[in-house]
Ligand binder design. Structure first.
Ligand code: CMP
Length: 139
């Protein structure tokens, strides 16, 4: 068992639907610690870096439109096995097929407007945390 950090984005539909508190409280009640949190407006340039693996896919233009359509809240969560724990809690990509009891299963009916993003492995967690919360160079 190892303590991990993972990046979660509460996407524009979460902010617009006023579900930030509901979703953040699920993570807190589970026992995960919030170690960083900030509201951002994602630019198309940042979207293309964050979603680099999806650029070029047929759904990417609509994904970029969606993720840049309003504010997001970026959160770093920490805890034992946090990456897989959070992925389990958010559920499958498509809200229609996501299990009831997961965040997407309970609150989304869409495979694009699915409320949350969470890092899917160690490498992407490190990359995504650094992208949204770059270490300040103190020299
Ligand atoms: P996320 O977990 O943030 O990772 C990529 C995002 O692209 C995903 O959530 C959805 O918002 C979106 N997405 C993934 N697959 C599709 C799809 N087939 N059609 C539309 N949007 C998608």
């Amino acid at each position: 068992m190892s303590v991990e950090q993972t990046l979660v984005l509460l996407k524009p539909d979460t902010v617009a639907r006023r579900l930030c508190g509901e979703i953040l409280s699920r993570f807190e009640r589970k026992g995960l610690n919030v170690v960083k949190l900030q509201m951002f407006g994602i630019t198309p340039e940042l979207a293309r870096i964050h979603y680099a693996e999806h650029v070029g896919k047929p759904f990417y233009p609509d994904l970029e439109k969606y993720i840049t359509s309003g504010s997001v809240i970026a959160i770093v969560l920490e805890g034992d096995e946090a990456i897989s724990v959070v992925r389990k809690m958010i559920g499958a990509t498509n809200g229609i097929t996501a299990e009831a009891g997961t965040i997407r299963g309970d609150f989304s009916m869409s495979n694009r407007q699915n409320l949350v993003h969470a890092s899917d492995n160690n490498v992407s967690a490190k990359r995504e945390i650094e992208l949204f919360f770059p270490e300040k160079n103190t020299q």
